[in-house]
Design a protein around this ligand. Structure first.
Ligand code: ADP
Ligand code: MG
Length: 314
């Protein structure tokens, strides 16, 4: 069931368009990934959904509530973990979580339990009395998460929650996001780290310059956008070998999308529908070149991203 719907969202800052007709939807109980390079418009989109900033055009609904008409209903069911840490340096960890949870109307025993549970959840129970200024980057990130989820929101928005954290905190954070899903929450996760999105997200939208450029599950994105597999054949090429001719022969063999040579490696992009991969090394052998090794790899999300945006993520 659709939980969040973003339709034709536009956000202008003066005459600059940060989010450009963006549409996507998130189903109840899934971890949805918004992936894009820096400046793509991820935070702006998250800030709009979490009611922190207004928008120029479009329609957003959360659990059936319209973001403009039912703003306070939307606020009640979302929890925001912002990209820029939102913590009070002179309050303890416990007091920080308490402050944010109380904004959602929690009081007394309920508040106390919610704070303890949130600290426990992010692994900071033993640091309840510590102030953020004494914490490592990873601990601050985890506290930031505790502040965003203590009121048990149905929709949790996490904007680059692993930036600048140590490996241990990162694993803890990724694990805790999966646990939130198991508990029934719906999560939007933004990142410019491909591997994280691959690891935890059920569905993904890739954005660049405020526009959606591809959406689907990891496998759907890969099969939608790529129909080739890379075959690398290692050989030994002497300097007088007619490389150009060999490449043109290989390019004209069935199912070859592209052929190139990198020193002693012949790299072929072959259609995934190809049934006879042996054809290519066989041809190379017939031209008198030795076959020293063959490796094959499928295209991954990172290749797709580079193909679509012309940019590396990191
Ligand atoms: P991301 O989170 O994907 O890195 P942002 O949403 O932060 O991207 O930014 C998208 C674009 O909007 C960037 O070009 C950024 O410089 C611009 N931008 C963000 N906030 C503002 C603002 N308050 N005023 C003007 N431009 C902004
Ligand atoms: Mg951002």
């Amino acid at each position: 069931m659709e939980f969040l719907s973003v339709q034709n969202l536009v956000k202008n800052y003066g005459d600059f368009t940060a989010v450009d007709n963006l549409s996507f939807s998130v189903n109840e109980g899934e971890i949805f990934g918004l992936l894009g390079p820096n400046g793509a418009g991820k935070s702006t989109t998250m800030n709009v959904i979490s009611t922190l900033c207004d928008f120029t055009r479009g329609k957003v609904t959360v659990d059936g509530f319209d973001l403009v008409k039912n703003r306070s209903d939307v606020k009640r069911i979302i929890g925001m973990v912002p990209q820029d840490l939102a913590l009070y340096p002179f309050l303890t960890a416990e007091e920080n979580v308490k402050f944010f949870a109380s904004l959602y109307g929690l009081r007394g025993k309920k508040l106390h339990t919610a704070v303890n549970e949130a600290l426990e959840f992010v692994g900071l129970s033993d640091r309840a009395k510590m102030k953020p200024k004494k914490m490592s980057g990873g601990m601050k990130r985890r506290l930031n998460i505790a502040c965003g989820i203590a009121h048990n929101p149905k929709l949790i928005i996490m904007d680059e929650p692993t930036v600048g954290v140590d490996a241990q905190s990162r694993e803890h954070i990724l694990g805790s996001i999966k646990t939130l899903r198991e508990r029934g929450a719906t999560v939007i996760y933004t990142s410019h780290y491909m591997n994280e999105v691959e690891e935890i997200c059920d569905r993904i939208t890739i954005i660049d310059h405020g526009k959606s450029i591809a959406s689907g599950t990891e496998q759907e994105l890969i099969s939608k956008l790529s129909d080739s597999k890379t075959l690398k054949i290692t050989t030994k090429i002497k300097s007088d070998f007619p490389v150009k001719e060999l490449l043109s022969e290989l390019s004209s063999l069935p199912d070859v999308n592209h052929a190139r040579i990198d020193e002693n490696e012949i790299i072929l992009e072959i259609k995934t529908s190809c049934r006879d991969f042996a054809l290519y090394p066989e041809h190379i052998k017939q031209r008198g070149l030795p076959i020293r090794g063959i490796t094959s790899e499928s295209v991954n999300l990172e290749d797709i991203f580079i193909a679509l945006t012309g940019k590396e993520l990191r």
